[in-house]
Structure formats: C-alpha cells, structure tokens
Write a protein of this length. Structure first.
Ligand SMILES: Nc1ncnc2c1ncn2[C@@H]1O[C@H](COP(=O)(O)OP(=O)(O)OP(=O)(O)O)[C@@H](O)[C@H]1O
Ligand SMILES: [Mg+2]
Length: 234
C-alpha cells in the first residue's frame, strides 16, 4: 500500500503540493484528477523521487520513498510512466522493452517479454520496428509495457490517454484493470479524462491547487453531480 501523509512540494514560491494525505490501496486503481496545474504531475514526480518533497512522508510498504533515490525506485517496486510517452527513438520496440527489464526485480526474463507482447500483440508484431516510427497509441503501449517489464508493485501513470483515440484508451484502460484484478498490481492513474478514468478506478482523489479536495470511492464521485460539475467537468 502507498501511504502519503502531509506531503508538500514547492517550486520556489509555488506550493504545487500542499499537505497531501491519502492511501492508495494495494491491488486497486486510484484515479488522481483535477484541473491543469492542480499538482497531479508533481505528485507522481515527488513519489518517484524526481523532485524533492519539502515535507511530509510517502511510504510504499516498508520503503520510505522520500529517501529512496530515483534510480533505485525500480528495485523498490515502483514504476513511473511520465507524461509524453518517452521512448528511445532510435532503438527498436524490442530494444526499448529490454531496457525496461534492466534492473527489474525478477531480472527481466524472456518469459516476461513474451508476456507483455501477449498483452500488447501490436508490440510483438512490431518488435523490430524503430520506436520513433510508432503511432501515438503504439508508443503509449510501449512505455506501459516497458514499465511492466520491471515487474512493479505499483505503477504511476501520468495521462496515458492524452491524444489517443477513444478505442485505444478503452483498450489500455481495460488492460490496466486486468493487471490489477489478475496480478494484484496497484495503479495510481493521473487523468484529465475524469469520466473514463473513474469508470475503471476503485478510488478517486481530486486535487485543487495542491490540496486534496475529494477522496472517495470512484462510484461516489461518479454519482455526485455537484462534485462532478465543480471539479471534474462532466
Ligand atoms: N518545474 C517547475 N517549476 C516551477 N513551477 C512548476 C514546475 N512544475 C510545475 N510547476 C507549477 O506547479 C503547479 C502544479 O503543476 P503540475 O504539473 O503538477 O500540475 P498538473 O496537475 O499535472 O497539471 P496538468 O493537468 O496541466 O498536467 C503549477 O502551478 C505549475 O505551474
Ligand atoms: Mg500534469
């Protein structure tokens, strides 16, 4: 379980996170929602050690995330798929995947590579294609597959649906749901697309100006029209 308490992150005078407290239960999807600039990306970047916290705590099981260096996060069981679908453009799909397996807790066996290409058949078909020639959706699948190869306990995803066709979004979200239900993966899903995110999530967390304004079952957020109109835009 991810346990975050009173987490504050500042960029100079900007308090991007201001005393954020929540837990993300194991084997569940927690959707992190909120307007542009609410602090969603900062939350993920703080948890994965890419920006330092000013105060508070964040623990993943026994691991203190705030004192774990970013390069040791994979071994600690945390994988972060940042915004923007970064792949190594000149390498093939397979080479990108093999990089994801480096430093994996299980050592990145061939069986794992076969497993992610089962999950994303298109990546198997395109394993020898150079990554910069993939479509946006294929590239998003590649970065998620690469993160899964590290065999994470928790997967942090920053706007995986951005710019993708609705059909591809549904496909990726269904696959995430399957990984959570079948393998006990824990997911923290940052999304602008609140409606789709909540449809596959167990819990919803809404940030506003760096503070948690709602933290409840996803179904409660979906059913509360006032709250939806105020924060979620649907
Ligand atoms: N490197 C930085 N330096 C200064 N301010 C920053 C930096 N990164 C983010 N901020 C500020 O921190 C606040 C939170 O930004 P953050 O990127 O976490 O928001 P977000 O919820 O992910 O927004 P979006 O939905 O647009 O991606 C914003 O006011 C932003 O301008
Ligand atoms: Mg963001």
């Amino acid at each position: 379980m991810l346990d975050v308490r009173d987490l504050t992150t500042t960029y100079g005078a900007v308090r991007a996170l201001d005393g954020v407290t929540f837990t993300a239960p194991q084997g569940r999807i927690t959707a992190v929602l909120g307007a542009n600039g609410a602090g969603k990306t900062t939350l993920l970047r703080t948890l994965s050690g890419l920006v330092p916290a000013a105060s508070g705590s964040a623990r993943l099981g026994d691991t203190d995330l705030l004192t774990t260096p970013a390069e040791e996060m994979t071994r600690a069981g945390l994988a972060h798929v940042p915004e923007g679908r970064g792949v190594i453009a000149q390498l093939t799909v397979e080479e990108n995947l093999r990089l994801g397996a480096l430093g994996a807790r299980g050592g990145g066996r061939k069986a794992d590579l076969d497993r992610v290409t089962d999950l994303f058949p298109v990546l198997g078909e395109r394993r020898h294609q150079v990554a910069h020639t993939l479509s946006g959706g294929e590239r998003q699948m590649l970065v998620i597959a690469r993160a899964l190869l590290a065999d994470p306990a928790i997967l942090l995803l920053d706007e995986p649906s951005l710019g993708l066709a609705p059909r591809i979004v549904t496909q990726i979200f269904d696959l995430l749901r399957g990984l959570v239900d079948d393998d006990g993966l824990t997911v923290v899903l940052v999304e602008q697309n609140a409606r789709s995110a909540l449809s596959i999530s167990d819990v919803g967390l809404v940030l506003d100006l760096g503070k948690v304004v709602v933290h409840d079952d996803a179904a409660v957020l979906v059913d509360d029209a006032t709250l939806r109109h105020a924060y979620l835009g649907f």
